[in-house]
Ligand binder design. Structure first.
Ligand code: URA
Length: 213
């Protein structure tokens, strides 16, 4: 927990920090970037699901009948914010293969700068699931905040967010708008620059994942 941002957890596990450094390195190839994004998101998934409720069930081991823990209730729903969010979805699904996946697409209107939704598809029972929104870069915080507002309107009642890197400015915007939504990150960087990039950051996450420019 960060004093300035009480709803934010920075995952300081050495493997997460090491992999994040590899992602930041400009010489990291597209193929490696994709692979490392997958690995780091699996580790972040482990942290964001740490407090999932368990229930006890009766099972038969090869030797005897016993009681053992299993996840309680409906499984999760991951919601990547298109397009870069897809780059940290696969690692999450490796950790929780039975999760449902929703998608949300937003773009910024060039005139008003307001986020505009162009795509939304969620499971029908989204209100009964823990929704984990994934987006690698929390930059201005406006589209993530708009995406979470939209998910709440669609009925999502329990929401968490996983990002790789946040700018302090964007975290301030997001946490002010959604103080009820825990955020899990690998790092909070120094600042947002005048072009909307996080510094030192890792560049454009979507471009690095998909080899576009
Ligand atoms: N989106 C990115 O992909 N990178 C940034 O630095 C900011 C927003």
């Amino acid at each position: 927990m960060i004093e300035r941002f009480p709803t934010v957890t920075v995952v300081d596990h050495p493997l997460v920090q090491h992999k994040l450094t590899l992602l930041r390195e400009r010489a990291t190839s597209t193929a490696s970037f994709r692979q490392i994004a997958r690995e780091i998101s699996l580790l972040l998934c482990y942290e964001v699901t740490r407090d999932l409720p368990l229930t006890e069930v009766e099972i038969d081991t090869p030797l005897e009948r016993t009681r053992a823990p299993q996840l309680a209730g409906k499984k999760l729903c991951f919601v990547p914010i298109l397009r870069a969010g897809n780059g940290i979805l696969d690692g999450m699904l490796e950790a929780v293969p039975s999760a449902r996946v929703g998608h949300i697409g937003l773009y910024r209107d060039p005139k008003t700068l307001a986020p505009v939704e162009y795509y939304l598809k969620l499971p029908e029972d989204v209100r009964e699931r823990l929704v984990i929104v994934v987006d690698p870069m929390l930059a201005t915080g406006h589209s993530l905040a708009a995406g979470v507002t939209r998910l709440k309107q669609a009925g999502a009642a329990q929401i968490k967010v996983v990002c790789l890197i946040a700018a302090p400015e964007g975290l301030a915007v997001f946490t002010a708008e959604h103080p009820d939504v825990p955020v899990f990150l690998a790092a909070i960087d120094r600042e947002l620059d005048s072009h909307g990039y996080i510094r030192p950051g890792l560049g454009d996450a979507g471009d690095r994942l998909y080899g576009t420019k």
